[in-house]
Design a protein around this ligand. Structure first.
Ligand code: HEC
Length: 157
């Protein structure tokens, strides 16, 4: 019995190690497929930690807003989709100030331009939705998400 328990424990240990080794080699393979070891070459937003925390909160809110707009469009609630897009993502004095402030910390004009491109896409989406054109609004939604990522590809914390 003692031998059996010992054998089982050894076996479990061995399998766990094998599973880890497999994960590790799979991970290595994936990294190689992506072009090997890379450093993050995106431009850093040089701001104090509390500002980073605030910025990330805003980002998560953006993600939530995209989800709410998607749900409204899926439910054919076009007025609601438009209202959310305008209020939470549309271009405004407030958004302009925010994008300018975060852009300054990156020391790169592209940040502001990429931010504005994303927010104005939300306005285009709202316009299409108000006019009852759900297909067009959905096309803008897809383009909006691409605009989010265009900035993520250029900038980091
Ligand atoms: C003008 C630049 C810019 C735009 C536009 C932008 N983001 Fe970001 N976002 C960033 C940066 C910079 C980070 C930090 C990324 C990093 O350090 O890896 C970030 C991080 C995030 C994160 C991670 C938050 C966390 O808690 O870690 C989410 C989610 C996110 N963005 C969602 C969005 C969504 C959704 C949109 C579009 C509706 C969007 N972002 C548009 C710059 C941008």
């Amino acid at each position: 019995m003692k031998k059996f328990v010992l054998f089982t424990i050894t076996l479990i240990g061995f399998l766990t190690a094998a599973a880890f080794a497999l994960d590790h080699s799979q991970m290595h393979e994936m990294m190689m497929e992506q072009g090997g070891h890379k450093t993050d070459s995106r431009t850093e937003l040089k701001m104090p930690e509390p500002m980073k925390v605030m910025h990330k909160e805003i980002m998560r809110k953006h993600m939530d807003t995209v989800s709410e707009i998607t749900a409204a469009l899926a439910g054919n609630e076009l007025e609601r989709a438009a209202a959310i897009a305008t209020k939470d993502l549309g271009w405004s004095d407030m958004q302009e100030k925010m994008c300018a402030m975060f852009g300054d910390s990156a020391g790169d004009k592209d940040f502001f331009a990429l931010g504005k491109a994303m927010h104005t896409k939300a306005d285009a989406l709202a316009d299409a939705a108000v006019k009852g054109d759900r297909d067009k609004a959905l096309t803008y939604l897809s383009q909006l998400v691409k605009k989010c990522n265009a900035c993520h590809e250029r900038f980091r914390h």
